[in-house]
Design a protein around this ligand. Structure first.
Ligand SMILES: [Zn+2]
Length: 217
């Protein structure tokens, strides 16, 4: 549950805050547009382990070393907003270990960002079906993703975000050195239920610093 290098969105914290005003202006002037739906075969196309995308590691007990490597790669791509490659990496992990519930849950994030809500729901449902026999750590991640997804689907319902934040507090108490949970806590400081890190404000600094300190261990 350690990371030798924080993902792009978080290791560039000072730069990210410098860019906040520009991002705000961009958001104001960018016309809304729908992301085209990509062929499913593209998102499942086999991939290989890459370097230079951040060194993320969140150990899932019972996963084969190869499946773990691709799961970690998928997380790294998620943190860098490279949704297609994240989906490919998680699918590669799942070809190696179809029971890796955490990968089913994590790929739902990529699906959602790629305008595939049905696939996102299906992958999360599969994760929830498979997770019973997995470790407490993996069960936590699937639970967190389910609560996060419920919050994303109800952006006007503050109770869903509150429930997700409460679960994050419990998860971080149970797994205090888990960098992934620490990063999710930082994202959840935002009132945007779908926050992925690009809209974080000053309220996230303490949580991000905590994640960075954990990653440095
Ligand atoms: Zn974890």
């Amino acid at each position: 549950m350690t990371q030798s290098v924080l993902p792009l969105a978080f290791c560039l914290l000072p730069s990210a805050f410098c860019l906040l005003p520009c991002a705000f202006v961009f958001a104001q002037h960018q016309a809304p547009h729908e992301i085209p739906r990509l062929p499913q075969a593209l998102l499942e196309r086999p991939t290989t382990v890459r370097t230079g995308v951040g060194a993320v590691h969140d150990a899932m007990a019972g996963a084969s070393p190869e499946a773990q490597r691709f799961y970690d790669l998928g997380l790294a791509y998620l943190h860098s907003y490279v949704w297609i490659e994240a989906a490919r990496a998680f699918h590669q992990a799942l070809r190696l270990d179809p029971h890796l519930a955490a990968a089913h849950a994590a790929v739902s994030v990529a699906y959602l960002e790629l305008n595939k809500p049905d696939e996102a729901r299906a992958s999360l449902a599969t994760a929830q079906q498979l997770v019973a026999g997995r470790s407490a750590h993996e069960r936590r991640h699937v639970e967190l993703r389910a609560l996060q997804a419920a919050s994303e689907q109800a952006p006007a319902n503050s109770a869903t975000l509150a429930a997700y934040r409460t679960a994050l507090q419990q998860a971080s108490a149970e797994f205090p050195t888990d960098v992934e949970i620490a990063l999710l806590k930082a994202l959840a400081t935002s009132d945007d239920h779908s926050e992925r890190g690009q809209g974080l404000g000053a309220g996230a600094v303490t949580a991000l610093e905590n994640a960075r300190s954990l990653a440095a261990d």
